[in-house]
Design a binder for this molecule. Structure first.
Ligand code: ZN
Length: 632
């Protein structure tokens, strides 16, 4: 048993023994909690894949194709024989383009075949008219884990990490058909182009305010920003018409686009596209290249060895055929009894949420009514969908081809399908997550929550666990997802998911004060692996706070409630053992706070914590009543 006191450190009091016994697998950056559960699902499903492939007894053609892909990954002999050739063949097309005029002529082809471009276009739900789609444009991502690594504050870390990438890229280029001189030139150009992007594209912190990505701009204006690219010609080729507006998600980048992409930089861009394309291709080439191509990711995550072949094959197949695999998993492993029980918990949480809003003193009546409307219309997707999205019917490939070519074929199908949605209504029945995923989410544009079957297991949920444990586990997670409807982003959308201000001025002011208070609670906390950015993680912390408030409310009306069990299971689900490199990386990449803080910070905002464990001023998990924040 650990010698920490629960009043000082709930997380370690509950988890220390487990953490001591956990061993992080060599091919992973972390284990415990979510990851342990995900690993169990993965093992189970790898066995399923092996059985399916062996018996060739497939339940449907989608699963059959997933298995064909699984086999193609495992066919090492074929991949090794093809070597780097298939990727070089694709990238040669870039090399042949002598000018931006040729580039423009080939642009729709480059988009459809997923070449690295200085911009990305995609069709997604219109955030102000969520029944319909619209066109979005954004900048490319950079080699470093985030654009913030190019900032002055992180320059040193960025440089060290980039050094690892450069060594890997050199080793990969050495195996290409480029001369030594070319390799050197390509690499230098790649780094120069990436640094140019790094100073302009958004950081994760900026992306975390997702409402700010919605900047509708007239297409004519976008086209002139993008010159020398012939944007309108591209759109008419891809869609057969030119949409009136485009949502510019990264205004800073596109205002400066001409500095990035012009005749003078064209070769630099091509080399960047070539090298990043080649590095990105490695996973699907020979085993040697798959190993080599993982060096950088492994180093920055603190991972010792590469993902084993079988696991890699499963991960690829189950992510490309996510919904059919999720459906297979759900039908086989998820019980109707559990589903009914959890749906009843969800309904209870939504009803409790409504009452809390009705009775809270900080909102005016009109704001309350809108909030309650948003809760009343919230959709619930639990377990797995009844049927697979028709998109999967199109996901076919030549089973005789090599893996890289297969991936190109599937990529092209997916891109074309995504773009074909422009002008068509949004399918609000679509699931945001597949059944075999250990996660949950709130979709702000649909105003619904999704709980895949795989997360509906212990420690989050079990029919065998007490109601208090389930409320501290899955209950708090359900409350968390519902709270995203009212976090710093979600609160800006209405009951249909449209960006729409339904708040009175007075209420907005009060709400912003609460956001600030929650930001301050976390901002600047020093952990052994780095400092916490309170603004970056505020929406997730608000969601945790809401999840705890609503489930503690239910606890107060639950027969034989045990707050000890509630808080213990709350801390248990956050159990995590991780490599320091990974923890450090998460501080700048993950909108969620570090696991230890998720476990230890929210309880101290609630009186039940102090009452249950007799927590006093002298205890570490004490904060003064006037510093406590309860949002909903
Ligand atoms: Zn969340």
């Amino acid at each position: 048993m650990s010698n920490v006191r629960i009043q000082d450190d709930l997380y370690h009091y509950v988890n220390q023994e487990t953490i001591d016994s956990l061993v992080i697998p060599d091919d992973m950056p972390t284990t415990g909690g979510f990851t342990t559960l995900a690993t169990e699902v993965e093992k189970l499903m790898i066995n399923e894949f092996n059985d399916l492939c062996k018996n060739e007894n497939y339940p449907n053609e989608h699963v059959q194709r997933a298995c064909a892909l699984y086999k193609a990954v495992k066919n090492v002999r074929k991949r090794n024989a093809a070597g780097m050739k298939p990727a070089i063949k694709k990238l040669a097309k870039l090399e042949k383009m002598g000018s931006i005029a040729t580039f423009n002529r080939n642009l729709s082809d480059l988009v459809l075949n997923r070449y690295a471009l200085p911009f990305h276009i995609m069709v997604d739900t219109d955030m102000k008219d969520t029944l319909n789609h619209c066109l979005y444009i954004q900048g490319p991502s950079v080699i470093l884990p985030d654009a913030s690594y190019y900032s002055e504050a992180m320059a040193e870390q960025g440089k060290a990490i980039l050094g690892i990438w450069v060594n890997m890229a050199k080793a990969i280029l050495a195996k290409s058909n480029l001369t030594e001189e070319q390799q050197e030139k390509y690499l230098q150009d790649t780094l120069a182009f990436d640094a140019l992007l790094g100073g302009l594209v958004k950081t994760r912190e900026e992306w975390s305010n997702y409402i700010e990505m919605y900047n509708p701009v007239k297409t004519n204006r976008v086209a002139s920003m993008l010159k020398p690219i012939n944007f309108k010609k591209l759109l008419s080729k891809l869609f057969g018409f030119i949409p009136e507006t485009v949502i510019v998600t990264e205004p800073r980048y596109f205002k400066a686009f001409k500095q990035v992409f012009n005749e003078e930089n064209f070769e630099m861009y091509k080399h960047w596209a070539y090298v990043t394309g080649l590095v990105g291709a490695c996973s699907y080439l020979s085993e040697e290249l798959r190993e080599l191509g993982s060096t950088y990711q492994r180093a920055i995550n603190g991972i010792k060895s590469n993902t084993p072949l079988e696991k890699f094959a499963y991960k690829l197949a189950s992510s490309l055929y996510a919904e059919p695999i999720g459906l297979y998993y759900g039908e086989k492993y998820f019980g109707e009894e559990a589903k009914k029980d959890i749906v009843s918990i969800v309904n209870q949480i939504i009803e409790t949420y409504k009452n809390r809003i009705l009775n809270n003193e900080f909102l005016e009546q009109s704001t309350k009514e809108k909030a309650i409307l948003k809760l009343s219309t919230m959709g619930v997707k639990m377990g797995y969908p009844d049927k697979v999205d028709p998109a999967y019917d199109k996901l076919v490939f030549d089973e005789k081809a090599n893996l890289y070519t297969i991936m190109q074929q599937l990529g092209a199908v997916r891109t074309a399908y995504g773009l074909s949605k422009l002008g068509k209504p949004v399918n609000r029945e679509e699931w945001a997550m597949p059944g075999h995923m250990v996660n949950a989410c709130y979709n702000p544009t649909v105003n619904d929550i999704t709980f895949p079957a795989a997360i509906l297991q212990a420690p989050f949920y079990s029919i065998k666990q007490s109601r208090s444990e389930n409320l501290g586990g899955i209950g708090a997670v359900i409350g968390h997802e519902i709270s995203h409807a009212f976090d710093s982003n979600g609160a800006k959308c209405d009951e249909n998911g449209n960006i729409n201000n339904w708040w009175t001025k007075q209420d907005t002011k009060k709400f912003n004060k609460k956001i600030d208070a929650m930001t301050k609670q976390f901002d600047g906390i020093e952990l052994p692996w780095g400092k916490v950015n309170g603004k970056f993680i505020v929406s997730e912390n608000m969601a945790d706070n809401g999840g705890m408030a609503v489930t503690l409310d239910i606890m107060s009306r639950t027969e034989n409630a045990s707050y000890e069990e509630y808080f213990t299971n709350w801390a248990r689900v956050w159990c995590m053992k991780a490599k320091p490199e990974y923890l450090q990386l998460l501080l700048s990449l993950d909108v969620h706070g570090p696991a230890i803080l998720r476990a230890n910070m929210q309880p101290r905002n609630f009186p039940e914590w102090y009452e249950t464990f007799n927590v006093k001023k002298t205890d570490k998990m004490y904060i003064a009543p006037n510093k406590r924040v309860v949002i909903w």
